[in-house]
Every structure is written in C-alpha cells, then in structure tokens.
Design a protein around this ligand. Sequence first.
Ligand SMILES: CC(C)(COP(=O)(O)OP(=O)(O)OC[C@H]1O[C@@H](n2cnc3c(N)ncnc32)[C@H](O)[C@@H]1OP(=O)(O)O)[C@@H](O)C(=O)NCCC(=O)NCCS
Length: 381
Amino acid sequence: MIQHMINNHDKVVTRGLRDVAAAETKISFVDPLGTLYYLGYNIDALVEHVCYEEVVYLILYGKLPTKNELDELRSQLISEMQLPEAIVNSIKSFPLTSHPMEVLRTEVSHLSMYDPDPDYTSEQANRRRAIRLVAKVPTIVSTLHRLRTNQQLVAPSDEFGFPEHFLYLFRGKPADSEEKESIDRFMTLHADHGFNASTFAARVTASTNSDMYSAVTCAVGTLKGPLHGGASEKVMYMLDDINTEAEVEDYIQGMLDDQKKIMGFGHRVYRAEDPRTKHLREIAENLCHRTNTLNLYNLCIRIENVVHEKKKIFPNVDFYAAVTLNALGVPFEFFTPFFASSRVSGWTAHVMEQYKDAVLLRPSSRYVGEYGRPFVPIEKR
Ligand SMILES: CC(C)(COP(=O)(O)OP(=O)(O)OC[C@H]1O[C@@H](n2cnc3c(N)ncnc32)[C@H](O)[C@@H]1OP(=O)(O)O)[C@@H](O)C(=O)NCCC(=O)NCCS
C-alpha cells in the first residue's frame, strides 16, 4: 500500500498532454514552425493543385490517385451521399432548438445501424465504411438545414464534384466557379491535422476495437467544443458584436481584462501563423469582395493586428473559416458541421491507422485524493 502511494506520487503529470506523442502516424504532420503536411505533401501545394476528393484518396489510401482511381472514388462518394430514409425521418423529429452538432453527433451514431456489412472488420470493409461516412456526414448536415428552413430536399446528382455537391445539397442551387473553388479549398484545408482533440478522441475509441461509427461519434462530440471546432461559430458572434474598426481595440482589451479567450486565435502546436490561415484569409477576402462585405474582412484584419500586438498570438484555422462560410451563405450554427464534414476524412483514416497499431490507448493518472477514509453507514451520515 505505502509502495503504491509512493509510485503514484512519483508520476509526472503532463497537463493537457502538451507535447506528449501518444502514437506514431503517417497521415499528417503539424510542424510548430508553421507547416502542415498530409502524407508528406505540403498543404500549400495540395491546396493549389489538387481537389478535395484527391485529398480524401490520399488520406484514405496513402497515395495520390490516378485519374481512374479519382473518378471511381468520386462516383462512390456521390452514390453514398444518399441517406437511409430512417435517418431523414429521425432528423425531422429533433427539436428546432437542438444545435446542428447535436443532431450530427446523434445521426452519425444512428448510421451505424444501417451499415450494410456490420460484421466485417477487414481493412477493405473499414475503407468502404470511411467512404460512406465521408459522403454521408455532409448530407446529414445539408438535410438538417433544408428541413429546418422548410426547403425541399435536393437529390444528389453526378453533375457536380463532391465539395460543390455538398454546397448544392445545402443551398439548393449550384455553386459558381469561385464558390466551387472556395468550398473545395476549405474542405482540403480542414481534412486532417495531426492528433487534434477530436482525432485523438476517435483514436481512443478505435483503440478499444470499437467500430468506426462510435469513433466518429466521439470525434463529432469533441469537435463541438469552443476550444476546438466550435470556435468558428463563436468567431462570428464576436464579429457581430463589434460594429466598427474603431471599436476593436477596446473590445479586445475588455476580453483580455476579463480573462476571456479570443475565439479563432491561438494554437496548442503552432508557434508561428497556422499555415491554413493565409489560404483562408485569401478565400475570405475574395468572397467578401463579391458579397460587398469588405468591411467585415477589414474588421478581421484589424482584430488580427490588435490581438497580435497585445498577446503575440495568431489567428488559427477557425478565424477566416468563419468569414468564408458566412460569405458562402452558411448560417453560423452550421460552421462547425462544415468543419466536421471535411475532417471526417481525417478521422476515419486515423481510426484505420489506430486499428493497425492495435494498442489500447489508456493513460495513467496521478491520484491526489485521500486514502483510508473511515466508512460511515448511510443512516449515520
Ligand atoms: C487553442 C487553445 C485552446 C490553445 O490553448 P493552449 O495550448 O493552452 O494555449 P497556450 O498555452 O499556447 O497559450 C499561450 C498564452 O496565450 C494565451 N492565449 C492563447 N489563446 C488565446 C486566445 N484565444 N485568447 C486570448 N489569449 C490566448 C494563453 O492564455 C496564454 O497566455 P499566458 O501565457 O499569459 O498564460 C487556445 O489558444 C484557445 O482557447 N483559443 C481560442 C479557441 C479557438 O480558437 N480554438 C480553435 C483552435 S484551432
């Protein structure tokens, strides 16, 4: 007993698991100096030269596809976008007050009951499952939005590429070429990001040999939090709160004085600017030009400067992602579901990698509670 207590107190706690490498991965590398790689490819090159479906292929198969492989994946994705009727009916049944991330979390879990090959756990079956999830998560999000706004559901068609398809199902009208490029780049930039909290949650679940739907359900729940993907929605509420550039300084100072976090800023890993920010800033600027909302873009630049002056921190992926989605006509509460609709490719790839690693992720803790408390029966407490 005494020996156990000594061992317990010797344990070193790494608060927040900061810098702890919990497993090896080949899927992505987040370089603190400000570079992001998917399977060894710099994200800057990918976002310029490949489409989101190529990124999905890269992440799920470990290599860039040939033209035929890409065509095949694209048609698989489009045909898998259709939801079982029970899922559509279930989405209709949720209270209007429920957050889209709550609905998404529930419906990803629900989808597992309609898996066509639930007993298969081979790599091929899991890859089919991954493609199914990559295809169906955006449809759940779009279906919810259409139903909530009393609009007709739009059937998937093979006329469009996958990201523009998502936007089409969501908004009910085809995207123009600039919108198409914007959503494609948005999804590419959100596809994977090392051992972020939601990916780690997915891997912990997969490490118990639980199924992929359970792992992705945990990931959706983890992404929802405002310290992770939930930040993008909060960014927009902040931007709504600040009316002019002249108000920025006082607003930010007020937040800092109240010890509040500025949403869309700071990062656990990057010590330089998040490499995704420059791309999203550019997309946001172009879209704001079109929608005549450059005042919003200029407000963002002012916030960036003030926050950097005061805290020496940079905007992260969520800051300009929020402005981008807003300019694409996506309501605030659907920002995090759009993030999830892209990150599901990374989550499913990590789940498969974790199955291969075949080790239970189960850390230890340092017990700081009491020992040997005298037991008192309930009637005497
Ligand atoms: C992402 C986040 C959780 C990382 O937290 P973390 O790893 O604990 O942050 P760090 O340890 O690097 O913070 C360093 C310093 O910057 C401050 N800081 C970090 N992010 C900040 C923010 N968004 N607003 C204000 N201050 C912030 C910290 O309080 C700390 O200050 P201190 O040294 O005076 O104590 C944090 O930056 C945050 O909450 N950001 C806002 C939410 C968000 O945008 N999330 C999306 C992430 S992609």
